[in-house]
Write a new protein. Structure first.
Lengths: 348, 234
């Protein structure tokens, strides 16, 4: 019996389990059958263009909305069947921080403390929360007199009160200035060290700097769910590199084209000293870097630079979103009004 | 629930709402009391209580118009709804906070009666009964006001609709005497607040009326909870 209970306290392997979640508003599907899991201790970026269904999904996880179909479990607690137990585990910062502007920061945090029914040493706990979020110097001020950056941090502080194991942040950096954005991001990174964090955003660099794993959602569907490093590969069929190679460009091109695994070689107009810059694309799933090195070495053509192209998440994201849009359009319209391939070409 | 109750009470006194409610209610009832009793040299408080009900028309909405409208407009309701507090506790906390204000002011108006004892012998039981009746009618109006405020994020809309609805409850009695159809008369009688109030002002403790006011209160609170449940499922 004791063991069983302990297992419960230690909790499930997954902090969030979303299975077949559907949320429909009238005829419109805000979220259409999505499933994903977040492991304990992971920092997951929940990414998508505006209106993709991020906030809706988060609102279902936090118990603010109910789902049309599907289940959501937080640390093994079904949010519909045991809402109170699930809510106790979540610290949530909505898109618009839920601040009572007529309160001082201190009053507000005390309210959050009581609302969540915490039983810590109150003063010590709130001091800690304030020092983590760096709002100790404004605790006596009215929230309505605070700057946006401070308000956002008070919102995060509110989510941290009660030390919940799961922190959910919905677009925490929207509307902040660059310096504040950096501060909030480093705060989130620090939180990730001993919390599970689900971070919703439409800003890619944010995920890039903060998250371990990325779930991309578009039009209510998940279009990618990968580790940060792997997500690039999902978008690319093969990989492309820019290579700087010294040597007669025509021969180099011809030699490279003859190698297996190389799909395309093109010389760009760019030069770096006496080296030409080439774009080399490999077949899917083939690592051509070694082949490239030995082939060039045999011919005494020094390779002075090799860089993967399109590692940029920005590109990947747009590619994935476009691709899923195009797929959807193709499915929905039997007779396309616009030629899809045309759009793709223009997009590139 | 305690946390939300405390927050509500603090909000009443850190914003003008609480002061306006207490101040205006005391002022208007004091004027009504003076005009109907002291100036008339009478200790009959019947008119006074009737007038006080009319004062409620304007002042109960002041108390309740913000209740949920403001939370909805500023999205702070998300904090309440995602906290480990049930919908019932949330609504009850708001109701109790408003009722604390209500009960406090009604108790204060008890001071008005003191001068009466100087030159007459008013029946204390009637006065206490009347205060209880005011509290019960106030409770019904507060519950309705909270319900209306959960329907809109605009405080003004919430206020005006609450006034209209309370007015309908009050006016139902007067309309009664102009209507011939017995069916409609009976129905109007059901919702009429004055008809129930009458017995109290005559010094009769009317349990049916108590039940009536408590039922309206319960319906108001229940509907508010339903509004939130429905929005969650919407």
């Amino acid at each position: 019996m004791d063991k069983e209970q302990n297992a419960r306290v230690d909790g499930a392997e997954y902090m969030i389990e979303v299975d077949g979640l559907v949320k429909r508003y009238g005829q419109k599907y805000a979220v259409d059958d999505i499933s994903f899991r977040v492991k304990r201790g992971e920092v997951v970026g929940f990414l998508g263009p505006n209106g993709a269904g991020k906030s809706t999904t988060i609102n279902v996880i936090t118990g603010f909305l109910s789902s049309t179909a599907g289940t959501v479990r937080v640390d093994g607690h079904d949010v519909l069947e045991e809402p109170t137990a699930a809510k106790r585990l979540i610290g949530y910062l909505p898109e618009q921080p839920p601040l009572y502007v007529d309160m001082t920061v201190d009053e507000y945090l005390n309210f959050a403390y009581e609302l969540k029914g915490c039983e810590y040493n109150r003063k010590k706990h709130l001091d800690e929360v304030c020092s983590v979020t760096k709002i100790a110097d404004v605790r006596g001020r009215l929230i309505k007199n605070l700057s946006k950056g401070y308000r956002q941090r008070v919102g995060i502080a509110q989510a941290l009160v009660g030390n919940p194991p799961l922190i959910i942040l919905d677009e925490p950096t929207v509307g902040l200035d660059p310096k504040q954005i950096i501060e909030v991001r480093s705060l989130i990174r620090a939180l990730g060290e001993n919390h599970t964090v689900l971070l919703s955003t439409h800003i890619l660099s944010e995920v890039q700097t903060v998250c371990d794993r990325i779930v991309i959602i578009n039009k209510g569907k998940i279009i990618a769910d990968e580790k940060k490093e792997d997500i690039v590969r999902v978008a690319e069929d093969g990989r492309a590199y820019t290579a700087k190679i010294c040597g007669p460009s025509r021969e180099v091109t011809a030699m490279l084209r003859s190698r297996s695994g190389v799909r395309r070689v093109e010389r760009t107009a760019e030069r770096d000293g006496d080296a030409h810059v080439y774009v080399i694309e490999s077949d899917p799933g083939v690592d051509i870097r070694k082949t490239l090195f030995f082939a060039l070495a045999q011919n005494n053509w020094p390779l002075v630079g090799l860089e993967p192209v399109g590692e940029n998440l920005e590109d990947v994201f747009i590619k994935l979103v476009d691709r899923s849009d195009v797929k959807k359009q193709g499915r929905e319209r039997r007779r396309p009004v616009i030629d899809n391939s045309d759009i793709e070409r223009k997009g590139e | 629930m305690g946390a939300i109750y405390k927050k509500e009470m603090r909000a009443y006194f850190t914003t003008p709402v609480g002061y306006i409610f207490v101040g205006a209610l005391l002022l208007l009832t004091a004027v009504a009391f003076s005009l109907t009793t002291l100036w008339q040299q009478s200790w009959n408080t019947m008119q006074y209580f009737t007038l006080t009900l009319f004062v409620f028309i304007v002042l109960v909405p002041v108390l309740t118009m913000k209740s949920f409208s403001e939370e909805r407009r500023t999205r702070t309701e998300q904090m309440l709804l995602t906290s480990p507090v049930s919908l019932w506790s949330m609504v009850m906390a708001k109701y109790f906070a408003a009722m604390t204000m209500m009960a406090g002011v009604i108790l204060l108006t008890g001071l008005y009666y003191l001068p009466l004892y100087q030159y007459a012998e008013p029946e204390t039981a009637i006065l206490i009964g009347d205060m209880i009746a005011l509290l019960l009618a106030g409770s019904a109006f507060v519950a309705l006001g909270i319900f209306i405020s959960s329907l809109t994020e605009n405080q003004m809309v919430s206020c005006v609709i609450t006034i209209i609805i309370i007015l309908l409850f009050l006016v139902a009695t007067f309309a009664n005497s102009y209507i011939n159809s017995p069916v409609i008369r009976t129905m109007l009688g059901w919702i009429s607040v004055f008809a129930r109030f009458g017995n109290f002002t005559n010094g009769i403790f009317d349990f049916a009326a108590v039940l009536y006011y408590l039922s309206i209160t319960a319906v108001g609170i229940f509907l508010t909870v339903r509004v939130y449940e429905k929005r969650r499922w919407g």
